[in-house]
Each structure stands twice: as structure tokens, then as C-alpha cells.
Design a protein around this ligand. Structure first.
Ligand code: ATP
Length: 305
């Protein structure tokens, strides 16, 4: 009977290997590649950052020509400040982050970093200036050290460990069977959502970009992990221009400005207290979350769902 099953085992292994290949390709695509239509102009200059002011001017964008997703979106995040983007599911929050990273070209308007139009500078220099901590990072099937160092080929082990310490993941890594040489990802040790996020934070710290995009997890981490990660994120965003795609209103209270998106339009903007006073969409979302919190929900609620 064992003889009979061996080919099936082999087939399963081949299938898993191929599937893994596909996942790796997707991971690469998400992290470093772009649709084919995005290219550098032959004489494109490098982006030169000094502070990292981010400015959206009357931006219009749709993934498909016949369906506009962002309608005339404008905002400025001064160098070193934090903008929180909130709004119901599908409002276009992540789309703003994707257009800033130039995964797609916009159809009208301009996106500027320190006064330079991002569609005119080299993509490599643009990507080097922006660090993204995504909702759910796909890890490379490699060591945890490699996953942290990815994007900074010249990083030394000491630098990798320093970043891991700042992201509060060093102690966890030291407890793994082979420390920094432990293999992670689909073929290795599976990390939890919170651990993956810390790896992403460590990677971003190592890259040390002037602009930071934090795409907050929709899936709730346990409250303690959540609080720890929030503290680390607050720390790393302190000196950088930060855009937070926020799903929990509790994280936006301290933002320098909040924009409320609804169906691709900025419908409200201001600081937390102003928006609560304005008694509009934000105030309604805040009231809903506040009542959920007081009902004793262990997990923080998700904005606008
Ligand atoms: P959530 O809070 O649920 O993450 P969001 O506000 O971040 O939502 P986006 O992911 O920016 O919303 O999506 C905005 C709109 O764009 C949605 O209607 C979505 O269906 C559409 N969209 C997102 N990605 C694509 C894509 N790759 N191709 C086509 N349409 C897309």
C-alpha cells in the first residue's frame, strides 16, 4: 500500500513546490515590481528628499478607465508630520498608499514629495524614500535575518539586530532554534500576524526612509500585541512624514491631520477634536467605536464597517 501512495506523495510535494513558487512570485510582485506600463523617462532624475513633505494635488485615479476611485483628492503632509486616512471599507485608503508608491500612475493631478512630481523621478529613488509597513506582509522563504535585511543589501548583522531590537522582535528571534538563521515563511517557521508586522517594522527601520506608510491591520491582533506594536510605530514615525491607513480610531487621536474618505472623496478633514465637534461621519464612527469599547469588546472595532 505504501508503494501505491508514494507517487501521490511526490505529486503533493511537486504541487506544493509549484504553488510556493507562485506565492514567491506574488510576494516579489507586491513588494518590488510594478505593472509593465510604469516606466522611468529616459532622462528621469533621482528624487532628492529633504524632510519628505508629501502633497496630493487634485488627484484622480481609477484602476480601470471607466471607474474612478479617487475623485479630486488633495492634502499636504508637512515634513515629519502624521496624516491619518480613515473611512469606510472600499473608500480608497489603500489606493492612496499605492499611488504614492507609484504602483499605478494617476489620471489627473500631481503627487509631489518635497516639491518633485513622483511620476518624473526614477522609481528606484522614489521607492528608496518610502517605507511601507503593510497589513499582512508576505515573508520570503529565507532566514528571518534575510527578511529583515531585505532592501538593504549592505546591512551588517549588527545593524539587523539593532533594527530588530527597536522593533521589539530581537528577543523572540534569539529564542528561535537557529536565531537569525531560522528559516521563516511558508516553507519554514510560520510567524504570527504580530511577529510578521514586527519584521516589517525592523526592515523599515533598517531602510530608514523619510516617508512612512503604515497600513494598519484590519485583522485584530490581541490587545497586548496591538499596544506594543502601536508604541513601536509611534516611535518610528516620530521623525518621519507618516501616512497611516487607519482602521482603528484609537490610533488616529494624535495625528496632526485626519482626512475622512468616503467613496474616494475627502469629506472631512481636521484634528480629532475638531472632527468630533463637527458631528459628521467621523463623529459617527467615533461614537460607534466608543460604544463598542464600553460594551467591553476585547478587540478594538474596525472603522466604518
Ligand atoms: P479597506 O478599508 O477595506 O481596506 P480601502 O478604503 O483601503 O478599503 P481600497 O483598497 O483603496 O479601499 O479600494 C478602493 C476601491 O478600489 C474598492 O472599490 C476596490 O474594489 C477597488 N480596487 C482596489 N484594488 C483594485 C484593483 N487592483 N483593481 C481594481 N479595483 C480595485
Amino acid at each position: 500500500l505504501a508503494q501505491l501512495f508514494r507517487p501521490l506523495d511526490l505529486l503533493g510535494m511537486v504541487y506544493r513546490t509549484i504553488r510556493q513558487g507562485v506565492i514567491d512570485m506574488e510576494a516579489m510582485y507586491k513588494l518590488i515590481d510594478t505593472p509593465a506600463e510604469i516606466g522611468d523617462a529616459p532622462d528621469a532624475p533621482m528624487l532628492h528628499t529633504h524632510g519628505g513633505e508629501v502633497r496630493f494635488e487634485h488627484v484622480r485615479f481609477g484602476y480601470d478607465a471607466d471607474r474612478e476611485i479617487l475623485h479630486d483628492v488633495s492634502f499636504t503632509v508637512p515634513a515629519g508630520k502624521t496624516l491619518a486616512i480613515v473611512g469606510p471599507s472600499g473608500a480608497g485608503k489603500s489606493t492612496i498608499a499605492r499611488t504614492l508608491f507609484r504602483f499605478y500612475d494617476i489620471q489627473a493631478g500631481r503627487i509631489l514629495i518635497d516639491g518633485q512630481d513622483i511620476s518624473r523621478v526614477t522609481q528606484a529613488s522614489l521607492r528608496a524614500a518610502i517605507g511601507i509597513v503593510p497589513q499582512d506582509m508576505v515573508l520570503f522563504n529565507d532566514t528571518v535575518g534575510y527578511n529583515i535585511g531585505y532592501g538593504r543589501a549592505d546591512a551588517t548583522q549588527a545593524e539587523i539586530e539593532k533594527a530588530a531590537k527597536a522593533a521589539s522582535i530581537h528577543d523572540f528571534i534569539m529564542r528561535l532554534p537557529q536565531g537569525y538563521a531560522t528559516r521563516v515563511g511558508e516553507r519554514g517557521l510560520k510567524l504570527s500576524g504580530g511577529e510578521k508586522q514586527r519584521v516589517a517594522i525592523a526592515r523599515t527601520l533598517l531602510k530608514d526612509p523619510p516617508v512612512l506608510v503604515l497600513d494598519e491591520a484590519t485583522s485584530a491582533l490581541d490587545s497586548r500585541t496591538e499596544t506594543e506594536i502601536q508604541a513601536v510605530l509611534r516611535n518610528i514615525s516620530r521623525k518621519r512624514t507618516t501616512l497611516v491607513v487607519a482602521h482603528r480610531l484609537s490610533t488616529v487621536v494624535d495625528a496632526d491631520e485626519i482626512i475622512v474618505l468616503d467613496q474616494g472623496r475627502v469629506v472631512e478633514r481636521g484634528r480629532h477634536a475638531d472632527l468630533v465637534r463637527a458631528d459628521g461621519l467621523y463623529a459617527a464612527m467615533w461614537a460607534r467605536q466608543a460604544s463598542e469599547r464600553s460594551e467591553g469588546d476585547a478587540e478594538p472595532a474596525v472603522v466604518g464597517y
